[in-house]
Design a protein around this ligand. Sequence first.
Ligand SMILES: Nc1ncnc2c1ncn2[C@@H]1O[C@H](COP(=O)(O)OP(=O)(O)O)[C@@H](O)[C@H]1O
Length: 997
Amino acid sequence: MATELSTSFLCQGWIRPKHLSVRLYPVPSRRLIMMRQSNSGSEQKRPYTKKVFRRKSPKNVSFGPSVAEESDSENSNTDDIPTTNLETMSGKSVETNGAVNAAENKSSTNLETMASNSSLNADGGLVNSNVHIQDLIAMIRHAEKNVHLLNQARICALEDLEKILSEKKTLQGEINSLEMRLAETDARIRVASQERLHVELLEDQLEKLQAELSRRGGTLENVHDIIPNDDIIQSLSEEVNLLRTENISLKEDLKVLKAELTDMKGTGERVLLMEKERTYLESSVKELERKITVSQEDVSKLSTLKSECKSLWERVEHLQSLLDKAAKQADQATLVLQENQVLRNKIEGMEESLEEANVYKISSEKLEEYNVLMQQKIKHLDERLQRSDEEIHSYIQLYQESVNEFQDTLTILREESKKSKLAEPANDMPRKFWSHMLLMIDSWYFEKKIESENASLLREMIWKRDGRIRDAYMECKEKNERETIRTFLGLISSVDRPGLHVVHIAAEMAPVAKVGGLGDVLTGLSKALQQKGHLVEVILPKYDCMQYEHVEDLRGLEMMFESYFEGRMFKNKVWVGTVEGLPVYFIEPHHPGNFFWRGQLYGEHDDFRRFSYFSRAALELLLQLGKRPDIIHCHDWQTSFVAPLYWDIYAPKGLNSARICFTCHNFEYQGTAPASELALCGLDVSHLNRPDRMQDHSAHDRINPLKGAIVYSNIVTTVSPTYAQEVRTAEGGKGLHSTLNSHSKKFVGILNGIDTDTWNPATDIYLKVQYSANDLQGKSDNKEALRRQLGLSSADVWRPLVGCVTRLVPQKGVHLIRHAIYRTLELGGQFVLLGSSPVPHIQKEFEEIANHFQSHEHVRLLLKYDESLSHLIYAASDMLIIPSIFEPCGLTQMIAMKYGSVPVVRKTGGLNDSVFDIDDDSIPVHFRNGYTFFTADEQGFNSALDRAIYHYKNDSDSWQQLVQKNMNIDFSWDSSALQYEELYLKSVARAKAANRS
Ligand SMILES: Nc1ncnc2c1ncn2[C@@H]1O[C@H](COP(=O)(O)OP(=O)(O)O)[C@@H](O)[C@H]1O
């Protein structure tokens, strides 16, 4: 008995119809019969399902059974899947991707045309841009339609995909069962071959028996006598034949099954293709959506442009009317002139008549009278002539003025239009974008893909935030790097510098590498200068312990650059990334000393070597990158080598565009070393180890990098006016007062600001609750949160919380900080200290105090560096103490005030310039903002803290007013950055003047 099953899979366009026919034969052996029964049972139970997937469009559906037709249809589907699907699934004639792109290209071209058309043409008239705007709108609508169609196509594709997936699932089931069948068939083949062996054995035996028979002279008939079971042999040979037939049939089945399996695999691949297509469609839709957004922005810009055009047009019309008026007046004037001419002719005629009359005058009285009359007439005509001359003159003047006015306006309009045609600053892009562009250009230059001059021009365009850079970038998103570079090079034209190019070289930058105020200043000042339109870049060492999560788009450049150290050249890898929107270069030296792989920024035995290496590498990088900065700004002794290196080595090498500005954030750290060490970075020791150059005041064989920076920089600053005075005294100058005095003309103190993006209680993400001067409830909530976090008592809301956030170094008045803990307790307050110390004995001392108060309900000491906790302490505390022995500027008092914590400070350095005592009558009331003391002892400190706590406890209203007033003081970088800007500009101008003369 044979069972015939046929299956037809039909999936339009994607799955060809398939015909499968399997013929099963009865198995004569018992084992085979048993297997067959179980198999055929399962086969018959599983019905083949006939699947027909209906698509929305009948266009590509092929139901034909012919193999040739099927394979054609398959080919057409697989060769051009995206296009076919778009067409098929949308059920309409949808434009292909190429067409969509063409439409987009057209749209951008029209945009450009429109932008240029909306300006004045050469004749001074305006070309109406409305038509083009309409075009653009139409194009956008067109693009929207395309998006809509693509969306539809995507939905169809998704539906199809779902269908195909479900079909795939079913087919998978089929495959599984076919595989099972294959296995069964295999088993059957194995059994059959065993049976065959058995039959062959029997045949052998039969042959042997026949041979034996013939040997014995018997005939075949006698065989029946010898082998009584003749039937068995007969049946066995039949069985063998049957098995052979079945074997052949099974092989055929196997072939069919294999073909089917291959087909199934093809289906899987098609499903994959569909999935790919779906992803592709989704990305196309996204891209179109993005382009529509851009187009819409363009439309809004165009409408602004249009309104501008309109107003310009009105002005032109007004001018035109003036011109018309003037022209009329000129016509009138011409008429009057003609009239005058007629009058003149008349006068001449009359004069002739007069002459004739004169001949008769003597004889005739009448003629005399006539003469008088004529004289009067002539006089009258002369007057008229004069008047009309004046009138003509005034008309001509008026006409001239109108023409001039018109010409001026025309020139202005032309210039305006030219300017607007030229790159408008693209303020819609974030600062990060421009930094990214800058780094991209640098890497091209560094990797020798563009020339130095071209790199400079592109940098300047980026610096100006030239809209063409943005457009080129957008245009090149899909292009490869070579094409992108070509597009960018096409942009280059003469560019005016919009500001200064400033490069900061420093050892710290908040928040990626911060130890103290230097990091804050670097970021705050750079941001403020960038905001003012200057091109600002930063060069830092690539420390292993940086807060890398604050660096965006960090990547290593392909090329290394070499720099000199210790008599040979070392390779350096350059990493680029943006920090707080600023472009930053991180130098990673490939020096066996692993200079910046130490787990900390400073405090290493070889700091002199580490930072002299870095200073030289930073200048080398600028040279290699072909940069032409106006200002190189270095900070503290770690980068003070830059100044002498620049003038002695790099300016002669061609890096000679810059002025060097050096800011000392603390004169206590001078980085002195044995003089010979200076030679490591290539500086000439004998040339520099002189009392008026880099020799340290303490010994003849030591050099002082800080002194070198003072001597070799064009501008020297420190961080507050009072500190600038203090360091010029023998007591405050730490040995450098005489150097500073001899360079006093270039030395100035500028008070630091704080970065109000980072330090703003209204937006601070580290706070439990954000707050502002108008809503101080948040401040109380933070106080409560800090108390809970540190396990302090919250029993009395009004118990004053005194905070201190500091490095624990002698400069900060550690003995007064320690005293403050006990004094605060005596006065009924709570005390929280956040600080860490690089000085072991101070750290140990404070650890003991911290242990002592470990579970005290009103005191907590946290001896670590913790950025987020510092924010919470500023917000939670009512007062912040800064009893410094000296303080170059100090940022914590400003941050404290911004967060409504009243500062209690010693009057020194920058504290003296920013905190003014509430009770100091010599200071105008509105400037008074904190509590100060002068004598650096316990009584002195008490005199300030006692008053502060008394005020807090006894006059909460005026305390709140004080808090609110302090929160509103402007401590931003605005005015300080302005002062730096002025210094830079003056210095650059001086250099230019010197070069000219
Ligand atoms: N332990 C600490 N944890 C977190 N931040 C700290 C810590 N100590 C100091 N700071 C921060 O360092 C900066 C100190 O700057 P500044 O007052 O100029 O002092 P200095 O630069 O002398 O350390 C502030 O931003 C302050 O919040």
